[in-house]
Structures are given as C-alpha cells and as structure tokens.
Design a protein around this ligand. Structure first.
Ligand code: DX5
Ligand code: ZN
Length: 219
C-alpha cells in the first residue's frame, strides 16, 4: 500500500502582486497545506512578509496553513500566529533556547508543532523532543531564499529522521523544504519524507495546479 504524500506549495515563489490567485490555485489543487515562510532579516539574510499578509491569506485559504518561522526568538509570536488561524507552527531548532516549553505551548493553543533543522544541524539533536512534535522539517537548502539547488546530503538526513521517528514511536511527519522538484521528489519520498514543500517548482511554472498534481503522484 502506498503511503500518503502531502504537498505544501510555498507562497514565497508566488507573484506577490497576485497573491489571491496563488491562494486560489492552492484551494483548487490537490495541495494539502499552504506553506508560509516568515523571515526577519536576522535569523536569515532576507525579509519575506509578515502578519498583515498572513491575515489576508488566512481569509481566503481553505487549506491548513503551515507556517515556517525563520526568525530569532520565535516564541515572541506564537500567540499572534495562533490568533491568525495558523494550523502548524514550525520553529527552528537553532533559534530556540527552550524548545520543549514552546512546543508544549503551541500544543496548548491547539496547533501542531514542527521543528526545522538547518542543513548543518544533525538529526540526533531531536532525540529528546521528537516524541512530542508533529513535524520534523529538514531544510534541504540554507534557509532564506527560494529557487536554490537541493543539497543531496539531505537525503541521508531524511533517512536518519525516519529511523529516529520509528525508533521512538513518534507521530511526526517528515517535511522537506528547499529545491524540491519533479526530478528529485520520488527519491526524497523514498528516503522517508511525507511532505514536499515546493515553491519555484509550483509557482514558477505555467501550470501550478498540474505541478502540484505531479508532485502528489511522484511515487
Ligand atoms: C527557504 C524557504 C522555502 C522556499 C522553498 O528558506 O524555507 O520554503 O520557499 O523554495 P523552493 O521550492 O523554490 O526552493
Ligand atoms: Zn519554508
């Protein structure tokens, strides 16, 4: 039996003058979640968009919003994203001093909690938190920009994350973010990924709905 494949298009690659169209594409397509990248110019060398955009997107989006916080001290904004109706809140391991506390708090508010790892951060740092999180996000590029090439070493990290999840009985899904396209999707999924984040390979194509369909059926 084939296992479910989740596709989360990343709004970062959409035309920012036509965000309504991008959200409509996600609504009409086989996309499972909408991935929203929040950058602060400190944790990563880029600034993306903030609360006003998330608020407007939330009014139109019919799919769960998967928010990836690439910001320092992300705990400052957990309440605000909850108020905006976000479903999944993903924090970077590297940005959190009291990750356990923040994950508990995200759960208390009724959201799913994810932890993201930069390319240089080993999977084993999740050993004592994986049992209580819903998403492990493996960054397969250095965070900050869309359109970068997939770092092949990430495949090994996906394998390791899968092993850790099986060993600990964690319910976490493995999400892979950065440089995902139709060429590498099948291998990423075979390595153990459950969720494909795709920015450029969806929104920078002529037919984003078809691109989402192809990723969803890449196996
Ligand atoms: C990068 C972001 C990604 C980005 C992916 O820092 O976390 O979500 O939007 O874009 P692509 O799919 O173009 O690599
Ligand atoms: Zn992301």
């Amino acid at each position: 039996m084939s296992r479910p494949v989740y596709v989360a298009p990343s709004l970062l690659a959409a035309d920012f003058l036509d965000l309504a169209r991008a959200v409509e594409i996600v609504n009409q397509s086989e996309a499972d979640w909408l991935h929203l990248d929040i950058m602060d110019g400190l944790f990563v060398p880029n600034i993306s968009f903030g609360m006003p955009i998330v608020e407007s997107v939330a009014r139109r989006c019919q799919k769960p919003m998967d928010v990836h916080l690439m910001i320092v001290q992300p705990e400052r904004y957990i309440d605000i994203f909850h108020q905006l109706g976000v479903h999944h809140l993903i924090l970077h391991y590297e940005a959190c001093t009291h990750l356990h506390r923040y994950v508990e708090y995200i759960h208390q508010l009724g959201m799913q909690a994810g932890v993201a790892l930069n390319p240089h951060t080993p999977v084993h740092v999740l050993e004592d938190i994986v049992y209580m999180i819903d998403i492990v996000l493996i960054m397969s590029v250095n965070p900050g920009f869309g359109g970068q090439a997939f770092i092949t070493h990430s495949l090994r990290k996906i394998h390791e994350a899968k092993e850790l999840i099986l060993k600990t009985g964690s319910p976490a899904k493995i999400e892979v973010d950065g440089g995902v396209d139709l060429q590498n999707a099948a291998e990423i999924l075979r390595s153990g990924a459950d969720v494909l984040v795709a920015g450029s390979s969806v929104f920078r194509t002529d037919d984003p709905v078809q691109a989402i369909h192809a990723l969803k059926h890449a196996l």
